[in-house]
Design a protein around this ligand. Structure first.
Ligand code: ACO
Length: 428
């Protein structure tokens, strides 16, 4: 294949380099487009055809249903790795040795205290506050309590910020949940593994001895791994673009959490459960909701279906469907919601509307059912997604800083009024 391509504008030819990635994906490098063409830009709302960066972290092929972190398949990582190993892999590029793994975990544990004054902020939130609003505010507040985390001038500074947030974020997640439930805020137990500690911090009752459930630990570990990165999605692009102004890591992450909140992105896991509940309350008639989803005059969408990139199947949904069956079976839970979900999936996979548009269940379709079985309230689901996505956001932010990427600043095509003169109010 040629290594350049030509664009003709108003009879004049302009040549641009073609760049090929390690998986043979090809991009047109249009860096010089505007300068060469006297101001012409590209327009691509929703960035469906626009690469914002070169990245060596995550590869996904939406047509073939492939997802790999640093070259390792998501299937293999979900089966064999633990969440902290995956976090290390994403952030630093290689699986950690035993020593590196231990050091990483110890450094994170050393940073797992949160300034006790942050409790006052937690206390100030009304119980009705959405947990995503709380967690994004607390993440942003961490900057105020750790001002040095903003000045990132070396890899050592970056490492300190990374272990700080990995240590403190689970505490903030558990405080968000406990505040909602009226439980005392706790700091967990340094003796425990990372994921074990998260569950203990979330669920320990003040008047009972906490007993660890290994099925829950393994399931949460898997869920976090499956959510850990997904290349340049809405929240990750947000983290990179905020970070590109050299705002600190915590501020960039807080912005990413806000982006994740929306129901078209991470908020879909909450929306899926609410939809399944509504179908159950309405008598469980899945066909009625299939018809609503296909009706162009009805704004209803089948939540948990469709994906911007996966146009065949979402490999994470496949793993989670199996995990949902296993965890509910192991915990002895019979959930009518799971039956409604399976019914909807079966109908959608055979329905021309969904098949023609390549709409398949995505990761959020099954994650909510599992979180619910674990005893996590519906409005905390997206916070759990953020907990899993944390290493991916960090890895992408770190890559962006190490690559010395310029500040993100898209152009626009102006379609507003041309110049006109001001009319005083009494003449309007
Ligand atoms: N239910 C019904 N119809 C749908 C759905 C759905 N869930 N998703 C897409 N469609 C239809 C659209 O109406 C459109 O139909 P048309 O061509 O007749 O106009 C067509 O499929 C293409 O849809 P777009 O919105 O253009 O696809 P896009 O790639 O922009 O959106 C998205 C992807 C946002 C995920 C969309 O499928 C959706 O809204 N799904 C439901 C929300 C959801 O589950 N989000 C989680 C995504 S995964 C994640 O963020 C972790």
């Amino acid at each position: 294949m040629s290594d350049t391509t030509t664009l003709e504008i108003n009879g004049k030819k302009h040549e641009f380099p073609l760049i090929t990635g390690t998986e043979n994906e090809v991009a047109i490098d249009i860096k010089s487009l505007r300068a060469d063409t006297n101001g012409v830009i590209t327009l691509d709302s929703g960035y469906k055809n626009t690469g914002s960066c070169k990245s060596a972290i995550t590869f996904l092929d939406g047509e073939k249903g492939i997802l790999r972190y640093r070259g390792y398949s998501i299937e293999e990582l979900a089966e064999k790795a633990d969440f902290l190993e995956v976090a290390y892999l994403l952030i630093f590029g290689e699986l950690p040795t035993k020593e590196q793994n231990e050091k990483f975990h110890n450094d994170i544990k050393a940073q797992s205290l949160v300034d006790d004054d942050i409790r006052k902020i937690v206390d100030a939130f009304p119980k009705s506050a959405h947990p995503m609003g709380i967690i994004s505010s607390l993440t942003s507040a961490l900057t105020a309590f750790n001002p040095s985390s903003v000045n990132v001038n070396s890899e050592a500074d970056m490492y300190n910020s990374v272990v700080r947030i990995l240590g403190k974020f689970p505490v903030l997640v558990s405080w968000t949940l406990r505040k909602k439930q009226g439980l005392p805020l706790d700091y967990g137990d340094k003796q425990l593994g990372y994921v074990e500690n998260i569950l203990k911090m979330m669920f320990q009752e003040p008047n009972a001895c906490y007993v660890q459930n290994n099925i829950l630990v393994d399931t949460l570990d898997k869920l976090l791994i499956l959510h850990a990165d997904h290349e340049q999605n809405c929240s990750t692009s947000t983290v990179r673009i905020v970070g590109s102004s050299h705002a600190g890591l915590f501020a960039s992450l807080s912005a990413g959490i806000s982006a994740l909140w929306g129901p078209l992105h991470g908020g879909a896991n909450q929306a899926v459960l609410e939809m399944l509940e509504a179908i159950k309350e309405d008598g469980g008639d899945t066909k009625k909701y299939m018809a609503k989803a296909k009706d162009k005059n009805d704004p209803f969408r089948l939540m948990g279906f469709g994906h911007r990139v996966y146009k065949n199947f979402d490999p994470r949904a496949k793993i989670l469907k199996k995990a949902a069956d296993e965890v509910l079976g192991n915990l002895g839970i019979e959930d009518p919601i799971l039956e409604i979900a399976k019914g909807l999936e079966k109908e959608a996979l055979e329905d021309k509307y969904f098949v023609d548009r390549k709409l398949y269940p995505n990761v959020d379709f099954y994650s909510g059912i599992i979180y619910r079985a674990m005893g996590i309230p519906t409005d905390m689901f997206t916070v759990m997604f953020a907990l899993g996505r944390l290493p991916g956001w960090i890895a992408q932010w770190r890559e962006m800083r190490l690559n010395k990427e310029p500040i993100g600043r898209p152009r626009q095509l102006y379609i507003g009024a041309t110049e006109r003169s001001f009319t005083p109010v009494e003449e309007r």
